[in-house]
Design a protein around this ligand. Structure first.
Ligand code: GLN
Length: 305
């Protein structure tokens, strides 16, 4: 296994020169683009790592999986999916177009920005701080890492520049999708995107999903199986945004990417995989990360299809 993942990283490394870090969140543009790392955690807890797997990065959109879990736990699936759809968009992750052109005004799914912001408005808690504490607590449990926190620099950077997300949120407030104060919901969203993790943390999250909700470390049930099935299905259809179709063909795994450069993948019944490479392709997915996963999936015949 160690040898295969070393080779996968070497393969992925050949592509990072074709991408670049996200620049629309100023703080993200400061990272070293030449990093690439991977962690693999089997559902029995066995773990292998290679490359820059210890580097910290912000989780960004990978957090949408955890927010979805919390909203369904807090409000139930019927409530959540009355306001957010279940279909892929074929548009960029921060696109606004379908909010107006589709009659129901529902964001199409919880993995795009509009859907995730709507999902955040459903998470329970007396204040934004309390809500974020609950979200952090869920991250810590699912990643089996009690020291997980967030980057204030990245949070402030996105809060200062997140005008497009503000536009999405105001649009959805107007159409009754978002409840509560728009700025408060956005604050929770920016905070959750700024949570700092390593490859190991997201590999663990992928491994919990792979094991249908059971912790690979303690054997404790952390999530009901039905919820992990829901999340993994969204990861297949919408997790890589408008690149989800090609990713399903080339890699064939439930996966969720973030503009911080992380990709969390889950191989049902087998393992979680966390990759990190901040150089992104034009769709906002880690270019080296995708190639690393593609290599690994082909070598080990991991595709679920
Ligand atoms: N915080 C980012 C944003 O809202 C998350 C996007 C992403 O990771 N694709 O733009």
């Amino acid at each position: 296994m160690q040898e295969i993942i070393d080779r996968a990283i070497k393969h992925g490394w050949g592509y990072i020169g074709y991408g670049k870090p996200a620049a629309y969140i100023p703080e993200l543009s400061k990272v070293n683009p030449n990093q690439l790392g991977i962690s693999v955690i089997q559902i029995n807890g066995e773990n292998w790592n290679s490359g820059d797997y210890e580097a910290k990065f912000t989780i960004q959109s990978i957090s949408k999986t955890v927010a979805l879990i919390m909203a369904v736990v807090d409000r139930g699936a019927d409530y959540v999916f009355a306001k957010v759809g279940m279909e892929p968009t074929g548009d960029a992750f921060n696109s606004i177009i379908k909010l107006e052109t589709i009659k129901t005004a529902k964001p199409l799914n919880p993995m795009i920005n509009a859907g995730a912001i709507a999902i955040d408005s459903m998470i329970q808690g007396e204040s934004i701080d309390k809500k974020f504490e609950r979200v952090l607590d869920m991250f810590r449990r699912l990643c089996h890492n009690h020291s997980i926190g967030n980057s204030e620099q990245v949070y402030n950077s996105e809060k200062a520049t997140g005008f497009r997300n503000r536009a999405l949120a105001h649009f959805m407030k107007d159409s009754g999708i978002i409840e509560g104060e728009v700025e408060e919901v956005l604050d929770l969203y920016f905070k959750q995107c700024s949570v700092e993790v390593t490859c190991k943390d997201i590999a663990m999250l992928g491994a919990v999903l792979a094991g249908d909700g059971v912790s690979p470390v303690t054997g404790e049930r952390l999530l009901p199986r039905s919820l992990t099935r829901l999340v993994k299905t969204f990861m297949v259809t919408c997790g890589m945004y408008d690149a989800s179709g090609e990713f399903a063909i080339r890699v064939g795994l439930p996966a969720k990417s973030g503009v911080g450069g992380g990709i969390m993948a889950s191989v049902p019944g087998k393992m979680g995989i966390g990759v990190y490479g901040p150089a992104l392709d034009e769709k906002g997915n880690s270019i080296g990360g995708i190639k690393t996963l593609e290599y690994l999936s082909n070598e080990m015949d991991l595709s679920i299809f």
